[in-house]
Design a protein around this ligand. Structure first.
Ligand code: AMP
Ligand code: MG
Length: 315
């Protein structure tokens, strides 16, 4: 069914077929995942990959994550690795991205992986995108559906705000459950977390029973760009605003209900707070506030991922 946004579709047989057809033709669509909404194209098609980089205005040195339905579909594109297999069993499909060595025979186009010898893969856990990935005979290259360096979208309407009608199909999957990007782990050498997420390093350590590497990563990544995940207005961390004209992002029940206060989680649940982070920053921006102050967020569990995004947004 179409609604007032002519390119936002609810997920049904008709929109499913339309999406598959568009992807097979090399076109780009926006799909919901459990983390954030993605901008998806055929990872084996140079034309599709060019379109993704152009639409997002993404620098060509920033590689894309390649999305698969299941392990079998990856065999020709990756070099298998014992840590990967362990983590796959425990966490996939789910919000975890693996950096692996790329298979020499891989058909994933070189520019999708920024001409690196590595490849980032993920198995998203969302019924709609899994139905699409299952039927395709190619994986989907899929970065977040936002203009490079701005906030990731967590609803179909956020995607519309970013690209208007430039993306012809946006599948509406409601609000993304996790609400922040996947955890990224590099497994090409001793395991190392490149980007924290809702699956914590402790959970991964418990599964692998191995210590992580402290080495500095040589791999350039968008998550390591100076400014990223930004709402486009200044963000000041760990401080209260000097007046009520500024927005204040708070956390926990000790804060009052005030017009300029935005609580990420009244019950002080860090997972809930992560899910509300981008939604809240987008809302504040739309309301016209000129600055955002943020209270201190506990740096444990999902709080580590929240603080990572806030720090990058505040630079
Ligand atoms: P994003 O698409 O914004 O969610 O970011 C993807 C993350 O995975 C970034 O930190 C990328 O640099 C990293 N990444 C993607 N592909 C590769 C690759 N081939 N090698 C190393 N890191 C990668
Ligand atoms: Mg992104």
């Amino acid at each position: 069914m179409k609604n007032i946004y002519s390119n936002i579709y609810s997920f049904n047989k008709k929109s499913y077929k339309k999406t598959i057809k568009a992807l097979k033709k090399g076109n780009i669509v926006s799909l919901p995942t459990e983390t954030v909404y993605g901008l998806a194209g055929n990872a084996y098609s140079q034309k599709s990959i060019n379109k993704i980089f152009n639409l997002k205005k993404r620098p060509s040195y920033n590689p894309l994550i390649i999305h698969y339905h299941d392990l079998k579909k990856t065999y020709n594109d990756i070099v298998l690795n014992k840590y990967f297999l362990k983590l796959y069993k425990k966490f996939c499909p789910g919000p975890l991205t693996f950096i692996l060595k790329k298979n020499k025979n891989s058909r994933v186009v070189s520019s999708a992986t920024a001409n690196l010898r590595t490849i980032a893969i993920r198995f998203p856990n969302n019924r709609k995108i899994r139905a699409i990935l299952k039927i395709l005979d190619f994986p989907l290259a899929m970065p977040s559906a936002n203009i490079s360096s701005s906030l990731s979208p967590v609803t179909a309407y956020d995607v519309y705000e970013e690209f208007k009608n430039k993306v012809k199909i946006i599948i509406n999957g409601g609000k993304s459950k996790v609400g922040i990007e996947s955890t990224v782990i590099d497994l090409t050498e001793k395991p190392k977390i490149l980007r924290p997420g809702i699956i914590s390093s402790q959970q991964i350590k418990n599964c692998l029973k191995v210590n992580f590497s402290k080495r500095k990563s040589k791999i350039k990544s968008p998550g390591m760009l100076k400014k990223h995940y930004s709402p486009g207005i200044p963000i000041i961390l760990g401080k209260k605003p000097s007046n009520d004209n500024y927005a204040f992002i708070v956390y926990g029940k000790k804060f009052k209900n005030k017009k300029n206060y935005f609580n990420l989680s009244k019950k002080a649940d860090l997972t809930e707070a992560a899910a509300n982070l981008y939604k809240t920053m987008r809302k504040i921006k739309k309301l016209g506030f000129k600055k955002i102050f943020v209270t201190k967020i506990p740096n444990i569990g999902a709080g580590i991922a929240i603080n990572d995004r806030l720090t990058r947004a505040s630079r």
